[in-house]
Ligand binder design. Structure first.
Ligand code: PLP
Length: 471
């Protein structure tokens, strides 16, 4: 370990243990040199490392401060929610999606990264070349389970992470949502118990509702993201058939669960013979050196169905996804033949070319670098300018910031006020339907910093100030 890493590690432990508290000032660089005995350059590198991980932030002409990374959560006991056939969640989501798609709406509420970051000229060229070739219109090769060469390339990516995978384990789908729905249909039947995280991508609520599942929700752990005790408690208490979790770059909260916790989850899945559908659409958006592992890595019994897609890394135009289904591959293909039939042939063929020539890796490296940069700028600006009652949950991956407002502030009227000002944000109600009011909101911070971004963020800040003042 380099000396700067050693120092960063020591400081990180003090932050995580709560010894150094949010907004506390760190010793200046020179004071730290005196205290630690390390050189100035080592101290500077350590502070930069902590800053890039969002654990500390710099105030101009003042120094470094501890960030409020581990914002306290409202910690609730596991809660059972039985969804019925009313379409409340669907109509809320429909209204919301329509509103943020309006013309000239600032896309802070969008679930997709900035178009500028995901657009690939190379991929567009490849598409053009393939489209001119008559053979590419031959869809036969691309019928379920999907283009063999593409499945082989995806299987190789799993193998590179130490997960032995055969191309036949993979089924290509129309995006991750299709993969998740097919996986769910393959495992669950109406009336089954499913565990969902308390805050989760709204597609999970919709899917559970559509299949008539009984939902038990598990709260996030304020520090580790996932609460193993609560998980075990639910497994002991309810006849759970399956769970649907996001453990890497969670949407909307942003955390990535540690590898140790994933290992413990897999042990519990095995012990209670519970299936898990893993939504891992943000798996490529890590900022560290190592890609976090999917649960498939720990799964010895094919209890995990891992779902992901290219829609977040290449844009919604490339809505091609997959499920690592293992022995459920055949069953999923049957379901697919009864629903979407096959995935766009041209897109599958173009992806084969793009992935096999390493263009994708290069694209991902740039994407991660830009996301990290943009997210940090949003975070710093908000940290400095938001009313002090608001807490920001920052995690070094993905492109969302999760804002916690004072308890008595409902994020829905804030969203409605901002949409009048042509600014979209995602109110907490979209992700957690167990409470009428939610004092959380999600901001997409993948956009390149500009005067207009700053101006829009100022409008968000002023609106929040107004709501807090008027309460
Ligand atoms: C957490 C999560 N899962 C799944 C999806 C759906 O992905 P796709 O667009 O590939 O269908 C989204 C899209 O917003 C998402 O945010």
């Amino acid at each position: 370990m380099y000396k700067s890493e050693q120092l960063a590690h020591q400081l990180r432990q003090l932050i995580e243990s709560g010894t150094l508290k949010a907004h506390e000032k760190l010793p200046s660089l020179r004071e730290q040199v005196q205290l630690s005995g390390f050189s100035l350059i080592t101290v500077m590198n350590a502070y930069q490392e902590l800053e890039s991980r969002g654990l500390i932030y710099a105030k101009e002409k003042s120094g470094y401060y501890i960030a409020n990374t581990y914002a306290e959560h409202d910690y609730n006991a596991p809660l059972i929610v039985s969804l019925n056939s009313n379409i409340e969640i669907n109509s809320l989501i429909f209204k919301y999606l329509k509103s943020i798609q309006g013309e000239h709406i600032v896309p802070f509420g969008s679930a997709f990264p900035s178009r500028d970051l995901v657009y690939s000229k190379k991929l567009t060229q490849i598409m053009g070349q393939i489209a001119r070739n008559k053979k590419s219109y031959d869809a036969i090769d691309n019928l379920p389970p999907g283009n063999f060469a593409l499945r082989k390339l995806i299987a190789q990516r799993y193998c590179m992470q130490g997960i032995p995978t055969d191309p036949d384990d993979i089924v290509i789908t129309s995006g991750a949502m299709d993969a998740l729905n097919l996986a769910l249909q393959a495992i669950a039947k109406p009336g089954d118990y499913i565990i969902l995280q308390q805050n989760i991508f709204y597609g999970a609520w919709q899917a559970a509702e559509r299949l008539g599942l009984k939902v038990v929700t598990i709260p996030e752990h304020p520090k580790h993201g996932f609460d193993l005790d609560a998980f075990e408690h639910i497994l002991k208490t309810y006849p759970v058939k399956l769970c649907w979790f996001m453990l890497n770059s969670h949407n909307p909260v942003g955390f990535t669960v540690s590898e140790d916790i994933k290992f413990q989850i897999s042990k519990l899945l095995h012990q209670y013979q519970v299936y898990m559908i893993e939504d891992d659409v943000y798996e490529e958006m890590y900022f560290g050196h190592k890609k976090p592992l999917p649960m498939t890595y720990y799964d010895q019994n094919n209890l995990v169905l891992h779902c992901s897609s290219f829609s977040k890394t290449l844009g919604a135009t490339f809505r091609v996804g997959w499920v690592h289904a293992g022995k459920y591959s055949q069953h999923i293909q049957h379901l697919q033949l009864m629903s979407t039939i096959s995935v766009n042939s041209l897109l599958q063929t173009a992806l084969v070319e793009f992935l096999s020539n390493f263009h994708y890796e290069k694209h991902l490296r740039n994407l991660r670098k830009n996301l990290q940069h943009n997210k940090l700028l949003f975070y710093r600006y908000l940290e400095l300018n938001l009313p002090p009652e608001c807490k920001i949950e920052y995690h070094p991956s993905g492109y969302f910031l999760w804002l916690k407002l004072p308890k008595n502030i409902d994020s829905m009227p804030i969203y409605e006020s901002l949409i009048q000002q042509k600014i979209g944000i995602a109110p907490g109600q979209l992700f957690n339907i167990t409470a009428q009011k939610q004092h959380y909101l999600r901001i997409n911070c993948s956009f390149e910093w500009s005067d207009s971004v700053q101006h829009s963020l100022d409008q968000v800040i002023v609106t929040l100030q107004k709501f807090i003042r008027d309460e």
